[in-house]
Design a protein around this ligand. Sequence first.
Ligand SMILES: C[S@@+](CC[C@H](N)C(=O)[O-])C[C@H]1O[C@@H](n2cnc3c(N)ncnc32)[C@H](O)[C@@H]1O
Length: 273
Amino acid sequence: MALALETIRERVGQRKQWYHTLELAPGVITPGWFDLRTVAPQVLPVSLAGKRCLDVGTFDGFWAFEMEKRGASEVVAVDIVDPRAWDWPITAGDELVQILEDRKQGGAGFPIAAEAFDSKVTYKECSVYDLDEAEVGRFDFVFMGSLLLHLRDPIRALECLRGVCASDGIVCTMDAIDPTMSVLFPRRAMATFDGDGRPWWWMPNIAAYARMVKAAGLEPIGRPTPVRLPRGGGHPIVKPSRKVLMNREGRRLLAATRKGDPQAWIHSRPVAI
Ligand SMILES: C[S@@+](CC[C@H](N)C(=O)[O-])C[C@H]1O[C@@H](n2cnc3c(N)ncnc32)[C@H](O)[C@@H]1O
């Protein structure tokens, strides 16, 4: 049964932070960190009618709900609810883990959105590394967004996506890329590395991103397509100042505030081995 507008509004207001911008009812929009509503039509097929779909690392569920809206016969969304179970560098401090726990609030955004949308998406707590065909079956369309960057072993994660994708299915990933390295080295696979106190690991250029997909036994359908992820109403705004402009991270944040976070998406098919 559809929830009353006032109930949805109240539930949206009760959450301190949302990751996704979701229009849960006419005019009731969550103040997300990212607003991917203009990105989804570029990345997802117009129709997923009759397809079994998987969304890995769903957070508030934006991509899972978008797949459901496109007619998927079934959507399964998986995530790790406790940020402590993410791939953290051993040097990470408790402070940042706590910030992420506050943002995640035990994954409370997803059920609020699912009820507001009267959604049939199934939510399952599972790491990408533990996706098992025997347990979840195979999917016609597998989506994973903004997660490779946060994984110590991104190629293994891509292999796990391949392992639950139907032989004629599609794996679609969209993830962070290094825009400067993509321009400077259009053909040479290169990546920058962070691994410094936060769960940020490799940021490939576009050539490396395509190679990562191939290394996992997936055949890219075309080259990765660059896209900018627009920030949502809940994202802190970085303003230009001497301090911001003086360091590389400040300049990166300023550019991302203005233009959106640089990513690329790619569709690929499992290679028969
Ligand atoms: C940066 S958010 C991306 C949210 C969403 N996928 C998107 O593209 O907008 C990363 C998400 O991946 C989840 N996550 C982190 N490590 C994971 C893992 N090993 N397996 C599955 N999900 C994971 C986090 O809990 C979080 O929900």
